[in-house]
Design a protein. Sequence first.
Length: 80
Amino acid sequence: MLPSNTPFSIVYNEKPVQVKIVPHSSGPLYMASGENIPTVCIHRATNFEGQLFWTSIPEGKQKLAEAIGQLIDEHFHINI
């Protein structure tokens, strides 16, 4: 299932985080912002071995991207 462009909320460290989906030619970008995190743009990318992973754009917030990305995955899995 492809994500819709409807913004949604997730909970990170017990605080709400708003996620907005931005269409992009390489796949959706996710803009996440909340009172306990800096605004971060994350993207699901593929490594050289074909494995999917979450990364921040620009790079530098990898741990946050992985944590928020997992919550985004859970959101879409639960809301299918």
